[in-house]
Design a protein around this ligand. Structure first.
Ligand SMILES: [Fe+2]
Ligand SMILES: [Fe+2]
Length: 274
């Protein structure tokens, strides 16, 4: 199996150089990050990366080889791109700059994940179990770092979207409870589907004053059973009927109350911002 061992050594040499490049690059990425969590993530990963260099040296030792790095051109390219992102970020808004930085950092993590995944498999193949265990530790750290970056990116992305385009959602203006068999039995309702317009807590009105629903004459106790001809039930909630619309659109609702049935047309409003 000398060929497999040679492949493993080459992969470890590549990773050793890649990690050393990262030890130099991560402080610059931390410094460029505006978001505190992102900065902390880079700082934490720098400490991990220093440990990862030590693990690689241990792996060489276990294999009876000299820890000699081989220039990793892929990491050079990724770091070069990261440097560009940092430079361009100086001209961008903070959110956009941070998101671009996360993107560059995740490319690095994915390169490492692939490198360590291969190295671990090769180590297993030649029965170098201790080496495989060391590489497994690092692989886990790289995967966690990648996951953490995704977690940090999500709210930033949402903020970026909200900032560009204020969230405009259609609104009808009622509190309601989906009617199930159980709700129907408990509340002595005439049907076991639709939504029941009811107050969420005592003292709070079920229908917002001056809301589209109030203007259309919808009252507490009404059961909305259809929206634009579609029956409202567990599969088709009222919100599912409203959300595809824009404020200003009209929807027709069929309403039950006791023995009477009526149809009302509601002109949707805009969901008030919290
Ligand atoms: Fe690493
Ligand atoms: Fe990493």
């Amino acid at each position: 199996m000398p060929q497999v061992k040679d492949l493993l050594i080459e992969e470890l040499q590549d990773l050793l150089n890649a990690e050393s490049q990262l030890v130099a690059a991560l402080p610059k990425m931390a410094e460029a990050a505006h978001n505190l969590k992102l900065r902390e993530a880079f700082e934490k990963h720098l400490v991990q990366t220093q440990t990862q260099v030590e693990r690689l040296k241990q792996a060489f030792e276990l294999l009876g080889e000299t820890a000699e790095p081989k220039p990793c051109r892929a990491m050079m390219g990724l770091i070069e791109e990261g440097t560009e992102v940092i430079e361009e970020g100086a001209e961008k808004e903070e959110l956009a700059a941070d998101l671009a930085l996360i993107c560059a950092a995740q490319k690095v993590e994915h390169y490492e994940i692939s490198g360590y995944g291969t190295a671990k498999a090769l180590a297993r193949q030649i029965g170098a179990i201790e080496v495989a265990t060391l590489l497994s530790h690092t692989l886990g750290e790289e995967e966690s770092a990648d996951y953490l970056l995704t977690t940090i990116a999500k709210p930033l992305l949402q903020q970026a979207i909200n900032g560009v385009q204020p969230l405009v959602r259609p609104w009808i203006g009622v509190y309601y409870v989906p009617v199930t068999k159980q709700v129907a039995a408990e509340q002595h309702l005439d049907v076991d589907y639709g939504v029941w317009v009811s107050s969420p807590s005592s003292g709070q009105p079920a229908v917002f004053a001056d809301s589209p629903a109030a203007k259309a004459g919808i009252k507490e106790g009404d059961i909305i059973v259809e929206a634009d001809g579609q029956r409202i039930d567990a599969q088709h909630d009222l919100s599912a009927a409203i959300i595809p619309h824009m404020p200003g659109d009209k929807i027709t609702l069929r309403i039950l109350n006791g023995n009477s049935t009526r149809e009302v047309t509601v002109t949707l409003g805009t969901l008030p911002q919290p």
